[in-house]
Every structure is written in structure tokens, then in C-alpha cells.
Design a protein around this ligand. Structure first.
Ligand code: G6P
Length: 367
């Protein structure tokens, strides 16, 4: 076959390890100079006079879109909403030619997303597609596409295509910030430089944590429920961590904004329900740590995706899956990696068909 496992036990594990290269490829020739910092090959009139953006997607692409909303709004100030394609399709908001609808679909074939784009297109909106398959139905139908360049993904649970979608959103948000003059050229440059350093950081995470997470996974052989929490732009990463785990291990997992835990999920907590909290330095770091401590008070086992050497994190968590400290804005690309590994190793230990989990398809072409 064209794509091989190259010594990895499953495609999913291989694809997790491909992420540094995928990020390098996604950035390749797309970073320019001060006058034109981002080069996505999109015409500026696609963005002229925009009032609002709607992003529509399903599954993991929907999680990437939630991070995208955060990036677009915080960097460019453009109001942005994320919708499930299957909901948007039958509940269209008021639309006009001053609205950009971004369809995000790894495969470019998901029926809900394709159909939702079609009805929006009929209302005269502008359309941008983000896909890993420019040759797909999506790519053939719409002129403006960002190719996520992740290479073919075989594992049903998306990993490298997720990180490549995030890269597309960073570039798009920076492009908008440049065009709308909402960030200084220095800040734009700083973020672009930070993006270029991410592959090395991921290589470090993979080199140092693979073995540790393999060991840690043994402790969850009897676990039936998991809770993942995060805040801000790491809230979608908590959702993604939970989705990865449930898709391939069939363990019930919920992702929650850490601040909402006290309004419901905390009732579920006891020593049998581990809580994974994403806590990285930035705007909400202390808040997440104190939310995590609330869980600890209920005897929950606490795992932190957090900096290794911070005393506050060391004191809060029973285990730390360390991620290097970077600009908070860039952190989702790092925090998702230990969660992918955790889901993978828990499922692989259970002897499950990680690459082809029951009842799931790589791309869902029925509505
Ligand atoms: C299926 C896959 C998921 C994927 C979702 C959306 O459910 O199993 O991994 O995230 O479809 O797919 P798309 O190709 O539109 O991104």
C-alpha cells in the first residue's frame, strides 16, 4: 500500500508522531515578510468589509474550529461563531454577502458539512474551505481553499489532521489581523516565530513522554469514566481529549470548561473517576488549578497537562504530563499531544482496534 505503518503498531500512533513534520509542511512557504506576513494564496477581497464569520464542521474539525474562533476573535476582532454543520444546515442565521462561512472538513466529503455549505452558498455568503483533501467534493466545488497538507490519515481518530487544521487557523487569524491592522507587525512576527518552534517542542514531548504514558495507561484498565477540563482556548482541547478517548477506548469521557465543573460534573467525581486538567501559564492558569483542587477534594485522581517544574502544578496534580511553556495562544498544539497519547495507549492496552473503532467511519457521507 502507499501508506505504511513504518514500524508503528497502529496508524494512529504513526500519525501522532508525524505531527512535527506536518506542522513544518503546513508552514512551509506560507510565512512572508512584514508587508505580507502570511501567504495563503487567498485574495484580499475575500475578507474585505466582512461583518462576521460562521465556521461549520463536525467532530474533531468542530473542535479545531472552536480554537479557530478564539484565535480569529482575539487576534482580529472579527465576531465569529462555530456551528455543528448538522445544526447549521436546518437553522440558518441571517446571511448576506458580508458574511464568510468557513467549512472545515478533513476529508472534504462529510455530507453534513457539504450540505450546510451549499445552503449557505445559496444565500450569497462568501465561502472558504479548510481541508486535507483539495481534490475532494469540497475542494472541487469552492474556489477558496486552505490545504492543510497533513498527508493521508488512515486512523479513524483524527490526530495530525487536527493539528494541521489548527495551523491553518493560526495563519488565517494572523492574515485577518494583518489586513484589519489589529495587531502590531511585531506581535504577528512573534506568533509566526512561535509557530515555527512548535515542531521541536512536540518532538520533545514525544521523546520524553511516550514511555511514561504507556506506563500510566496501565492504571486505567478498570476505569469507566474520565473527565477532561480546560479553559479558554484549551477548553476545546479538553473536548478533543475526551473525544479521542471515547472514540477508541469506549470509555465514557466528558470534556468540560473547568469553571463549569462545580455546576454538575463534580457530582460524578470519586476515586474511580480520573480528572485530566489542562493547566498552562496564561490568563486562566490559577483558575484552572483551583478548579482542579475542587476535584481533588472529592478524591478524584488528578492528572495535569501542565508545566513540569511549576510548584503550584506539582502540588496540585497526582501526575503531570508535562508540556513546555510557550505563548498561551500557541499552547493548544502542544497540550493536545499528551492527550492523544493517553487515549492511544489506554485503547491499545485494551487490545482494541484503534485504527478502526466500532461504529465509526473515517468520513461520514450520509446526513
Ligand atoms: C468522522 C470521523 C472524525 C471526524 C469527523 C468529521 O466522525 O470519524 O474523525 O472528525 O467525521 O470529519 P471531516 O472529514 O469532516 O473533518
Amino acid at each position: 500500500s502507499l501508506v505504511e505503518k513504518r514500524g508503528f503498531r497502529h496508524f494512529m500512533l504513526k500519525e501522532i508522531h508525524e505531527q512535527p513534520g506536518v506542522i513544518r509542511d503546513s508552514l512551509e512557504d506560507r510565512i512572508g515578510d512584514r508587508g505580507s506576513p502570511v501567504r495563503l494564496g487567498l485574495p484580499t477581497d475575500l475578507f474585505a468589509g466582512l461583518e462576521r464569520i460562521y465556521i461549520i464542521a463536525c467532530g474533531t474539525s468542530w473542535h479545531a474550529s472552536l480554537v479557530g474562533k478564539y484565535l480569529i476573535e482575539s487576534l482580529s476582532g472579527l465576531p465569529t461563531e462555530v456551528n455543528y454543520a448538522s445544526e447549521f444546515r436546518y437553522n440558518l442565521p441571517p446571511l448576506s454577502d458580508r458574511i464568510l462561512v468557513i467549512g472545515v472538513t478533513q476529508s472534504g466529503e462529510t455530507a453534513d458539512t457539504i450540505e450546510a455549505l451549499k445552503v449557505a452558498h445559496q444565500q450569497g455568503v462568501r465561502i472558504l474551505g479548510i481541508t486535507n483533501r483539495p481534490e475532494s467534493s469540497l475542494g472541487q466545488k469552492y474556489e477558496h481553499i486552505i490545504d492543510t497538507r497533513a498527508g493521508l490519515e488512515i486512523g479513524v481518530a483524527a490526530t495530525k489532521t487536527f493539528t494541521s487544521q489548527l495551523i491553518a487557523f493560526y495563519l488565517l487569524a494572523l492574515q485577518l489581523a494583518h489586513l484589519r491592522d489589529t495587531q502590531t507587525p511585531e506581535r504577528i512576527h512573534e506568533i509566526l516565530t512561535g509557530l515555527q518552534q512548535l515542531p521541536t517542542h512536540i518532538e520533545n514531548i514525544l521523546d520524553t513522554q511516550e514511555r511514561y504514558i504507556t506506563e500510566l495507561a496501565r492504571e486505567f484498565d478498570a476505569t469507566r469514566d474520565f473527565i477532561f477540563v480546560g479553559r479558554g482556548l484549551n477548553y476545546p482541547i479538553a473536548l478533543e481529549g475526551a473525544l479521542k478517548l471515547k472514540e477508541i477506548s469506549y470509555i465514557h469521557a466528558e470534556g468540560y470548561p473547568a469553571g463549569e465543573m462545580k455546576h454538575g460534573p463534580i457530582a460524578l467525581l470519586d476515586a474511580a473517576v480520573p480528572v485530566v486538567a489542562i493547566a498552562v501559564p496564561g490568563k486562566v492558569y490559577e483558575k484552572v488549578l483551583s478548579n482542579a483542587q475542587e476535584a481533588k477534594a472529592r478524591d478524584a485522581r488528578l492528572i495535569g497537562v501542565a508545566p513540569l517544574d511549576d510548584p503550584a502544578a506539582v502540588e496540585t496534580f497526582d501526575q503531570i504530563l508535562p508540556v513546555p511553556v510557550v505563548d498561551e495562544l500557541l499552547s493548544p498544539i502542544l497540550t493536545v499531544v499528551p492527550l492523544q497519547l493517553l487515549a492511544y495507549h489506554i485503547a491499545a492496552r485494551r487490545g482494541l482496534d484503534v485504527d478502526q473503532p466500532r461504529n465509526l467511519a473515517k468520513s461520514v457521507t450520509v446526513e
